[in-house]
Design a protein. Structure first.
Length: 129
């Protein structure tokens, strides 16, 4: 999985090339089914983690992270999505965030990596600040 910054670059490139379009509303739905390829980042989407944009003229399957960044760049979703430096998954706005060397981590990923016990000092421990 890419970081939010890398996904943002792919979205901006897609908008510039015409491959992607500006989204005007949140229309994606979670889809069951086998793994597929993400329309934004072209990486494999694991089983059970696919989203599909409703109303598109062709199937547009993507990761939740890629979809949220695309929505944000289109001006539909606030705040800007951030991804954990360890697991590369979206950190929800309400979740605990640890920042080390300006890299965001889920609180649980930071603890799981054993870094909370002295492997580094987070600059903030809650919220997106």
């Amino acid at each position: 999985m890419l970081t939010a910054r890398e996904i943002r670059e792919r979205v901006l490139q897609g908008l510039a090339s015409g491959k992607l379009w500006r989204l005007t509303q949140d229309t994606a739905k979670s889809r069951d089914g086998g793994p597929g390829q993400c329309y934004v980042c072209w990486l494999t989407i694991p089983r059970g983690q696919a989203y599909e944009i409703s109303g598109a003229t062709f199937p547009v399957r993507l990761h939740l992270e890629c979809y949220l960044v695309w929505l944000h760049v289109s001006g539909v979703y606030q705040p800007e999505p951030i991804t954990c430096a360890a697991c590369r998954r979206v950190i929800p706005p309400h979740a605990e965030v640890a920042r080390v060397d300006d890299q965001p981590y889920h609180g649980r990923c930071w603890e799981r990596a054993g870094m909370a016990g002295g492997g580094g000092v987070p600059s903030s421990s809650q919220g997106r600040a």
